[in-house]
Write a protein that binds this ligand. Structure first.
Ligand SMILES: Cc1cc2nc3c(=O)[nH]c(=O)nc-3n(C[C@H](O)[C@H](O)[C@H](O)COP(=O)(O)OP(=O)(O)OC[C@H]3O[C@@H](n4cnc5c(N)ncnc54)[C@H](O)[C@@H]3O)c2cc1C
Length: 661
């Protein structure tokens, strides 16, 4: 048990010490240090902390580097997006509100944090930039949870928690914080049950539990593909309708929502604390008093809809729950470097990269960094892709939501990777690293039901739009029959409204082709020869493709994919007519829906300073925090970003209230 109490702190002493040290430094470092000291001395009077990361405001150019001395990240311009914290003087404050906890961002994590804190008897102010009547809670609300009563009572098999944790860490190459992941695993079941009790009846009536019962073949092989496992058991609910009920209950218990209020900057105080441990050069812990710098967060300044500044003082702490930075092109460009390099490799414009149509502005992360926090190094983590391939001309989203149960060939009619490992993600990585704008052909036969049932419950797991995907609409059989009937003319399932492709879960608007595009890209035929002709292959491509299908069928028969090592359980031959095929085109790398790396936090979601000590009174949860995701979103269950945001937001509210972890 760690007590979340502050160690001995001597603000004035700290300011004096830092200023004295400054005399021995070069001018820039001195000015920076002095500024930190000044902010500390001003304490609550001057409402911004100076940023240890923000550099000196030059935005760092190469001239700066040439200026000599050690080069830091801010000098190289990586942090030009961070800028300086706004300086707001006490005289500009229109009013002050004092509560126990300030929640900065009333989204998924924020709502749950506030509800948990008031349940524990605290007063809470939730600062939310959106309006009460038009707030959009991000998410289709597939929510991962482990062993809630809701899913167990639905017949979902109990998950062995240690196995889930090991799988999660394996998929993230050990880059995530296993204690945080374990907190999700241990608390997500109770979170969902708590949520269920409070859902309006209409939400309960439409709640879905994904048991993946129709993936019998997948479970028959142990639910594992090439050594990677994933589980069903996530739920889907309408959170838009659920949140108001939660808020009403919380407001009845001592919370207040400040709608249309924008969090601007944290109120901080600099000082020192006496740590009682140090490490020798040999790494041995010795116990003696050591003075360490310490930032304490006292509250937050927010702006109301009329532009007035309000100071919210927090007796117990500020929770940063402002979501991701996917809507901020500067941050996206600087931090999501994998997508940036991909865009550059494809010769695409990088000046306005953001999560397509979504993404918050990263202000919560900036506030934490201005107060001395740093970014979790898993910079590439994001929910990606929003659709499988991206094309303006073709209905490339068609049948392409994910884990690929089929064999796929490139524009030359050759296979190019193991299509099934890690669901959609490894496949998309391969595609995005190849020449853009070319066709990818998928061919399968009448045994398609076998392909489907082998498909794991990965994100966007492959389905047509049938009941198994929870989206309603036409069944696989219906759509395939239309493909076959369309033959040479091809069939455009995306534009056939009778299929109800835009079912309740919704397909993002940008995934559907605009009118007038060459959207037809799927065919059916009674022979492969005929099918490949329909698909527009020239003689050379067709000959290569037919040879490749022969090789594929041989691999299926022998139970070994000699080319790419596809899991032997997932080799389904293409031999039995009728045959079906479609092609897709990827023109632009995906930008994702939300970014998933935030501030460096510890096991208790406390934001850490550069000495790995917690910044007193500052917490981050949801997409304002790091440590939860890495290496893209290849997780062992769907709905994990919401599962984590809702669960860890709730855990944080409880922790702050209890004061002990
Ligand atoms: C279309 C879409 C579908 C998705 N579907 C799923 C899904 O089915 N399952 C899943 O697991 N994940 C899904 N995700 C991802 C998931 O929604 C996010 O990861 C999740 O919402 C993160 O929760 P959060 O609380 O951290 O941030 P958010 O939910 O983004 O909440 C942040 C809140 O902070 C507010 N805010 C930000 N800055 C300020 C400020 N300065 N002052 C005041 N308020 C501020 C914002 O207005 C917002 O309300 C989806 C995302 C999108 C965009």
């Amino acid at each position: 048990m760690i007590k979340m109490t502050q160690k001995k702190r001597t603000t004035e002493e700290g300011t004096k010490r830092v200023a004295e040290e400054g005399t021995a430094m070069d001018r820039r470092s001195f000015l920076k240090t002095l500024a930190v000291g000044t902010a500390g001395a001003a304490g609550v009077g001057m409402l911004s902390a100076c940023s240890p990361n923000a550099g000196d405001g030059t935005n760092g150019t190469n001239d700066e580097i040439a200026g000599g001395g050690a080069t830091t990240a801010d000098q190289r311009g990586y942090y030009s997006w961070l800028g300086e914290p706004p300086a707001i003087d006490d005289s500009q404050i229109a009013s002050t509100v004092e509560v126990d906890v300030v929640v900065m961002g009333g989204g998924n994590a924020g709502v749950m944090c506030a509800c948990a804190a008031v349940e524990e008897g605290l007063t809470v102010a939730v600062i939310e930039a959106q309006g009460k009547d038009d707030i959009y809670y991000y998410g289709l609300h597939d929510i991962a949870n482990i062993n809630s009563q809701v899913v167990l009572s639905h017949g979902v098999e109990e998950i062995k928690k240690s196995e889930f944790l090991a799988e999660f860490q394996k998929r993230t190459l050990g880059k995530t914080n296993p204690r945080i992941v374990k907190k999700f695993i241990d608390n997500s079941g109770p979170m969902v049950d708590w949520l269920y009790e409070r859902m309006p009846q209409e939400v309960k009536d439409t709640l879905k539990v994904y048991d993946w019962a129709d993936r019998a073949d997948y479970w028959a092989v142990g639910g594992v593909i090439n050594g990677f496992r994933c589980w069903p058991g996530y739920i889907n609910i309408n959170f838009q309708l659920t949140a108001p009920a939660l808020i009403e209950e919380a407001e009845g218990k001592g919370a207040a929502w400040y709608w249309n209020h924008t969090g601007i900057v944290l109120v901080t105080e600099e000082g020192t604390f006496t740590d009682n441990q140090e490490f020798t050069e040999d790494g041995i812990e010795v116990f003696k008093d050591v003075e360490m710098p310490q930032t304490r967060v006292l509250g937050l300044v927010a702006q109301d809809p009329d532009g007035n500044y309000i100071k919210f003082l927090a007796k117990k702490g500020v929770a940063l729950t402002g979501g991701d930075y996917g809507g901020n092109p500067e941050m996206y460009y600087a931090i999501q470097d994998e997508q940036r390099w991909l865009f550059e490799a494809h010769g695409k414009d990088t000046s306005n990269m953001t999560c397509s149509g979504f993404g918050r502005d990263g202000s919560g992360i900036k506030m934490g960094m201005w107060a001395g926090g740093s970014l979790d190094p898993n910079t590439r983590a994001m929910v990606w892709p929003q659709v499988m391939f991206s094309s303006d001309r073709f209905a490339t989203n068609l049948l392409s939501w994910a884990g690929q149960p089929f064999m796929i060939m490139d524009h030359e009619g050759k296979r190019f990777c193991n299509e099934v490992t890690l669901g959609a993600y490894a496949l998309l990585s391969q595609v995005e690293r190849r020449k853009p704008g070319l066709r990818y052909y998928t061919v399968f036969d009448s045994k398609y039901a076998k392909n489907f049932s082998l498909n794991p419950p990965e994100h966007f797991a492959f389905s047509f739009t049938g009941p198994s995907s929870g989206q309603g609409g036409a069944s696989e059989e219906d759509i395939l029959a239309k493909w076959l009937a369309a033959g040479a003319a091809g069939y455009n399932a995306s534009q056939d409204t009778s299929n109800n492709l835009e079912g309740p879960s919704g397909i993002p608007e940008e995934a559907t082709p605009t009118s007038g595009v060459e959207a037809t890209c799927s065919w059916g035929a009674n022979s492969l020869d005929e099918l490949l002709d329909y698909m527009g292959m020239d003689a050379t491509t067709k000959a290569t493709a037919l040879a490749e299908i022969d090789t594929w069928n041989r691999y299926c028969e022998q139970g070994e994919d000699e080319d790419f090592g596809r899991d032997p359980n997932f080799l389904v031959s293409i031999t039995d007519p009728p045959f079906y095929g479609f092609f897709r085109i990827d023109e632009t790398p995906e930008l994702g829906t939300v970014c998933l790396n935030g501030l460096n936090t510890d096991d208790y979601q406390r934001v850490l300073d550069k000495n790995y000590n917690p910044i007193v009174g500052l917490y981050a949860s949801g997409n304002n925090s790091g440590g939860r995701f890495a290496i893209q979103y290849t997780t062992p269950m769907s709905g994990l970003t919401l599962g984590m945001a809702l669960t860890l937001g709730r855990v944080l509210g409880q922790q702050i209230a209890q004061g002990e972890i």
